[in-house]
Each structure stands twice: as C-alpha cells, then as structure tokens.
Design a protein around this ligand. Structure first.
Ligand code: F6P
Ligand code: MG
Length: 443
C-alpha cells in the first residue's frame, strides 16, 4: 500500500493500541465469561442438559481465547458456519499476505482494528458453536443498565424535543439552524457514553445535555456543521440531482443514551422537514460492548414509549409511528461487523455501498466508525479527511465522533502538536470531538 501510512497496532509498544490489546481486551473477555456464568440458570439451564453443556463449552472456549490473546498466538480461522465466516477467513489470508515472510497474523503484531474486531467475532463464534443459545448477547445487561442510568438526561432531551415540535411553525430559519446545531451536538456528545463516561450517568437535571453544550464547545476540534447544514437545506448535495430534501442515513454506534440522542436528532430532522426519511444502520451481532443491534434499537423505542414520563412516552410513540409508516427504517448488514476499512466497501459490499449512495447525507457515529473511515492509520494530523477516506465517498458524509483512538486528520498546522504538548492523551481520553464533513466534489 504505497503512500498509505501504517495501521495502528499493538506492535507499537506503549501505544494506546498496545495497552488496549494488553489490558482492556482481556478484561472484556473476563466480563463476558462472568456474564455467561451468572446467567447460567436464566438462559442456559432452561434448555436442560444440552444448555448446561453449552454454557460450559462456551466458557472454556472463551478462556482459551483469552489465553491465545495474552500469549500472542496466531489468529485462527473461524470454525462456525455463520454467513460471514468465509469472508473472515479470506480476510485472514489477506492479513497473512501483509505480514513479513514467515510470521503469521497475531494479536500483538497485526493491525489493532483487525484483531479488535476479530475478538468480538470470536465471542460470537463461542455462542454459534454451542447451540441451543444462538442469540445470547453477553453485553445486553450492560446496555440495558446504561439506558436506565441515563433516564434523567433522556427525560430532559425528550422534553426539549417536544418543546421544539410544539412551537415548530413559529421558528425563523435562524432559529431552526440553532436548534439543528444543538441537537447535532447532543448527538455528538452522546458518543461519550460508550458505557464508561456518560452524561447520563449523572442523574440530576443540571446534567441536561443541552445545558452542557456551551462548556463543551471548545473541545470540538473540527466543526464542519455549516457544511452539513448546507447539504440539508440546499435540496441537493453538490453534484447530485435535485431530488429535494430527502434521505439521511445514520450509521449508529452505541445503544443507551447515545442511541436516544440519535433518535432525537432523527425526529428533529423529519419534523422540521430537513429530511423526508431516515435510515438507521446497526450491528448484526453484539459488538464493541455497547454497539446497538436490531434488538437494542427496537427495545429502546419501546422502553421510551412505555416510560412513565409525558414527553418521553410521546417521543417514543412518535418514533414507533415513524418506523411503522416507513419514514424511519432500520437496516443491518454483515459488513458493519467485518474488520474492513470503509475504503474497501465498494469492492467488498457493493450492495451496501449502492444503498448508501442513495442517501443525501450520511452521519457516521462514534470512534470505531471514524477508525474505519480513515483506515485506523498513522495519518499526519494535517492530512485531509477526503484523502484519508481513500475513495470512500458514497454521498456527503459527516463523522460525529469523540476521540478514543490515535487517529485524527483534518487539523490545522500545529493544532495536533499543540494539543500533544498540553494534553498528551487528547486523542484517547474521549474529551475532544469532531464534526467532520466530506462531500464527493469537495476536493
Ligand atoms: O478499545 C477501545 C475502543 O475500541 C476505542 O478505541 C474504540 O474505537 C472505542 O472503544 C469504541 O468507541 P465508540 O463506541 O465511540 O466506537
Ligand atoms: Mg461503540
């Protein structure tokens, strides 16, 4: 790959990738083992002896996996018969081709993005290989808990949304813009909540996500919101046919409060006429602990609808109607849970790429999506976003991301260096964020 920087990897000892593979991934595996064990009577034993054996086998599989990781064993081919198994095994061969001569791909030597995705796919393998429990989500408890812990913030944001919807007709263009910027930033900062740092965990009204925005503003390193607004209000993106204000896609990240903020943004876009349709994209298996699956998505809408709070239940009921009448659609696609960089989508998942091309604007939520957009590589901070996308440009797109990995492009000269001098962990602390836009004809 000439001219393209190297991938982030645990082979760079001391890097965030290294620390993640060494410390955080084994901890996650231990939690999964623990969750399966604790839920033994709930999910497994009800299937009798077959369930009891399945639980035992899954746990021993996962303990072995943890050991492979910690001792930097070669990455093994998958042995289940999932619909994506062949693709994963072909990808392993691609990784093999990238390695020096004799060395096989392994946890500490291969690209971080690859091995981290692979770990979640192996967790899925432990479940698929041990029927009868094929739909067990070891992270569901944690996701559910995170939703309930952010109830106060959810009430606040739903109350804010319903206030806007009630007075909709009285707003000027400028007010509409301000409301859009507010909800865009709420959705952006919602990405802090991947189960650790959560606006929603502080259960007080003063933690209303809207009130905090002013203080958070200086932490947005790149803010292309005005370009996003232009796309939404121009009726057609540059270079695209004037189909009118149309389809916005949201490639989701985490369940819990972040998902609520995404639903609120989507509600606003439709209610204000900025979009006619919103298409959501989620994960087809449990992924990176808190990522939203189809079950999480529908569960969240139902819970919000059933809440004992006037504006929450009103919001939830509206979301339910949008899903029923097709104004909102939920999709999943196996590509989102592959280790591929998005620049490979056109070749490896042409159907998904073609579907995204019909969007007028695509939001990519969160850190992992940013890593896949930029290929999770050691780009110079001043490299343009457009170049780091390496041809991935199905439609105008915008990343809404808080920084949790060592990749950041599109900064001003010296901006990255100054941040490093002040705060060495700026790329991984989740404190900073970007609203970063790229359009097919921009460069
Ligand atoms: O391992 C940590 C980590 O994988 C990040 O580096 C990663 O990208 C993040 O977790 C998940 O963040 P998000 O939910 O924003 O994609
Ligand atoms: Mg996530």
């Amino acid at each position: 790959l000439r001219g393209v920087p190297q991938s982030l990897s645990a082979k760079f000892v001391g890097s965030f990738a290294y620390l993640t593979v060494r410390d955080r991934l084994p901890t996650i595996l231990t939690k999964v083992i623990d969750t399966i064990h604790r839920n033994k009577n709930k999910f497994f034993e009800e299937h009798g002896e077959e369930g009891v054996q399945a639980e035992k086998r899954a746990i021993s599989f996962l303990s072995k996996l943890r050991n492979e990781l910690q001792t930097d064993k070669p990455v093994l081919a998958l042995t289940d018969d999932g619909e994506d198994t062949d693709v994963w095994n072909q990808y392993l061969q691609r990784q093999q081709a990238l390695m020096d001569e004799q060395e096989p791909p392994s946890w500490f030597k291969s690209p971080w993005l690859y091995v981290e995705c692979y770990m979640y796919r192996r967790i899925q393998e432990s479940i698929l290989l041990n029927p009868p429990i094929c739909a067990f989500d070891a992270f569901r408890e944690a996701k559910t808990q995170s939703y309930f812990e952010s109830q106060q913030a959810t009430m606040a944001i739903c109350t804010y949304l319903q206030g806007l919807n009630k007075n909709r007709n009285e707003f000027s263009e400028e007010q509409l813009l301000n409301q859009f910027l507010t909800l865009l930033q709420v959705s952006l900062w919602g990405n802090k909540c991947d189960l650790s740092i959560s606006a929603g965990q502080e259960n007080s009204q003063k933690s209303s996500p809207v009130d905090a925005l002013g203080e958070l503003k200086p932490y947005i390193l790149v803010d292309d919101s005005s370009s996003v607004w232009s796309v939404l209000t121009s009726g057609a993106a540059p270079g695209r046919s004037a189909t009118g204000r149309g389809r916005v896609d949201i490639v989701l990240d985490n369940a819990g409060f972040e998902l609520v903020t995404d639903l609120v943004l989507a509600d606003f876009l439709v209610a204000s006429g900025l979009a006619k349709q919103v298409h959501f994209h989620g994960k087809s298996m449990p992924w990176f602990v808190s990522d939203a699956t189809r079950e999480d998505f529908h569960w969240t809408v139902k819970q919000t609808m059933a809440a004992n709070h006037r504006w929450m239940s009103k919001s939830g009921a509206q979301w339910h109607r949008y899903l029923k009448d097709g104004t909102w659609r939920y999709h999943d696609h196996p590509f989102w849970t592959l280790p591929h960089e998005f620049s490979e989508m056109a070749a490896d998942a042409p159907d998904l790429y073609a579907a995204l091309q019909t969007a007028d604007l695509i939001f990519f939520k969160g850190d992992l999506n940013y890593r896949k957009l930029t290929g999770d590589r050691h780009w110079a901070h001043t490299e343009t976003f457009a170049r780091a996308l390496r041809g991935f440009q199905p439609a105008p797109l915008c990343s809404l991301r808080t920084l949790k990995a060592n990749v950041q492009v599109g900064l001003q000269p010296n901006q990255g260096e100054n941040l490093t001098a002040q705060e060495p962990q700026w790329m991984t602390s989740g404190v900073y964020a970007v609203i970063q836009f790229s359009s097919p004809l921009r460069e």
